[in-house]
Design a protein around this ligand. Structure first.
Ligand SMILES: C[S@@+](CC[C@H](N)C(=O)[O-])C[C@H]1O[C@@H](n2cnc3c(N)ncnc32)[C@H](O)[C@@H]1O
Length: 257
């Protein structure tokens, strides 16, 4: 199955919807708002003067937010529409950034550049069939001593929605709308893979990265799933039989030696 082209087409279509959405609020971003949340800001810390690679950067708001904080940034995304929009945003704001339209595995094969930080977040792993290769891409992109930061939606919630928690040999292929408020019922065919937490962690360990932090959170900054309720000061939570559902997790890992 040509999952790359199927997903590229879906993300090209989604990006056109996302740039006009309240969810991404491009006007507020242009007026100086950061798109980064407290979790990643606290985890990544000071990026001033650091070379930062943002994998699956979508249309670049997070990448450019890191640039505003002083990082020298490169964003990679499969969607040519997303990269086009990212470049437009960069020019409109007069920021420095390199945006590359590519599959992350292909980027990993072609790039010889080294980075101090590799960052990726919120809805990235389900699009990738092979986490071993993903982790190798991260390891080969990092300079010795460099840090990897992941903030991702917790797959426990996928289980509650009827998807597999554990990896399966076959992907899920579905027609789905998008998560912004303006999606208007537009659907696209998409191909996704389930990845359990142990699969993610073991892929990073196998690629030679040393895990320094792992945390789970009962809140999400984004109102992008059904049955979420707003909790003042925290974001959104979901209750299952009265108990808080894990909605996010974060990992920091380092390339040693
Ligand atoms: C949910 S978005 C990432 C969210 C991001 N944190 C944001 O909201 O700005 C997932 C991104 O992964 C990209 N993507 C999917 N498969 C990819 C692949 N194989 N290589 C590179 N990017 C990919 C999509 O084009 C999309 O922009």
């Amino acid at each position: 199955m040509d999952y790359i082209n199927i997903n590229k087409e879906a993300w090209d279509k989604r990006t056109k919807i996302h740039v006009g959405s309240k969810f991404y609020d491009v006007e507020a971003f242009k007026n100086g708002n950061s798109s980064l949340n407290t979790i990643e800001l606290e985890q990544v810390g000071n990026v001033e003067g650091k070379r930062l690679l943002h994998l699956q950067c979508h249309f670049g708001q997070d990448t450019l937010s890191w640039a505003r904080l002083g990082a020298s940034v490169t964003g990679v995304d499969l969607s040519t529409e997303a990269i086009e929009q990212a470049n437009k945003l960069k020019s409109a704001l007069g920021l420095e950034a390199t945006f590359v339209a590519n599959d992350i595995y292909q980027f990993g094969n072609e790039s010889t550049e080294e980075f101090d930080i590799v960052f990726t977040s919120y809805g990235v792993l389900c699009w990738l069939p092979d986490l071993k290769l993903w982790a190798e891409t991260i390891a080969s992109s990092l300079a010795t001593g460099g840090e990897f930061h992941l903030v991702e939606f917790h797959t426990f919630n996928d289980l509650l929605c009827g998807y597999s928690y554990f990896p399966r040999s076959e992907p899920d292929v579905e027609d789905e709308g998008t998560y912004t408020e303006n999606c208007d019922g537009t659907k696209s065919k998409m191909v996704t893979w389930a990845h359990s937490l142990s699969e993610v962690i073991n892929a990073l360990i196998t690629a030679g990265l040393s895990i320094e932090h792992f945390k789970e959170y009962p809140y999400s900054p984004y109102n992008c799933f059904e049955d979420l309720e707003h909790v003042s000061g925290h974001g959104y939570q979901m209750l299952h039989k009265g108990q808080k559902v894990p909605l996010l997790y974060s990992i920091k890992a380092r390339k040693i030696g």
